[in-house]
Design a protein around this ligand. Structure first.
Ligand code: 1GP
Length: 255
């Protein structure tokens, strides 16, 4: 029997990297950027300092599309490639791991635990490293808020966010992801992130609506462990906005 508390390779990589300070994850939607296009984005993003590639985003994305993107990314960069699943259909063995995430504030038990029960045997059989993560949607939540049937945490309800995050930690999850929703007009509020940081010890991933260095800097100062950006690369490529965010991460790492 394997030791269930042992870190897999992706988690160990993240723990090692986190010792140097906060990280940046690049989210690529393989439906919009298939195969080699995903590989090219990953190459550019990692050259600018991004620490991990997440694949996901669209609904109804197929295993083949995710697999082709994962293969192209893996042949382009050395950092881990991790699936950000929208459902069990997107699990592709070409990736290194997946965010094994419970959507904590969904009203639909499928997103909290039922889909996981159905997908768990496949995760193990495919050899994908599951990264146990509590996923919490903060208003406005955007599309994931609707599709995930969430009761979004109000932007001024710091104690509810902190409570969810601490519950995730106490349940043994190894990361918390505070999500404002892809394309959100503003990221997760900084005071909320600060409150969650005070409440828990595990790393906090922050995403949704991060589009500039000015967005990134206060989140990093408030204790974000990793910033996720997706839309900015789709809209603007790896231009000034993306570079500015990576510059802030580098500065926070003191390098
Ligand atoms: C979405 O948090 C990610 O799940 C990234 O959001 O697309 O707004 O960068 P953006």
């Amino acid at each position: 029997m394997t030791d269930p508390t042992a870190r897999g390779r992706v988690e160990q990589y993240l723990a090692d990297q986190l010792r140097g300070g906060p990280l940046h994850f690049t989210l690529i939607d393989p439906d919009k950027s298939p195969g080699e296009k995903a590989g090219a984005i990953a190459r550019g993003a990692v050259a600018l300092g991004s620490h991990l590639i997440l694949l996901g985003g669209s609904t109804g994305i197929s295993r083949e599309v995710v697999g082709a993107a994962a293969k192209a990314v893996k042949s382009s960069v050395k950092v881990p490639v991790v699936i950000f699943p929208e459902g069990p259909g997107s699990l592709a063995p070409e990736a290194d791991g997946l965010l094994f995430m419970s959507l904590l504030n969904s009203r639909n038990l499928d997103f909290v635990i039922r889909s996981h029960a159905r997908a768990a045997p496949a995760v193990r059989a495919l050899g994908l490293e599951p990264i146990p993560l509590g996923y919490l949607v903060i208003a406005p939540g955007m599309r994931v808020g609707e599709v995930g049937e969430v009761d979004a945490v109000a932007r001024d309800d710091l104690s509810l966010a902190a409570g969810y995050a601490l519950a995730a930690q106490l349940l043994g999850m190894r990361f918390v992801y505070l999500e404002a929703g892809s394309g959100a007009p503003a990221p997760v509020p900084v005071p909320m992130l600060a409150a969650v940081r005070r409440a828990i010890d595990i790393p906090i991933v922050v995403g949704g609506g991060i589009r500039s260095a000015a967005d990134a800097a206060p989140l990093l100062a408030a204790g974000a462990s990793a910033l996720v950006t997706g839309t900015i690369t789709e809209d603007e490529g790896l231009g000034d906005g993306f570079r500015g965010i990576l510059e802030e991460v580098r500065r926070a790492r003191g390098s």
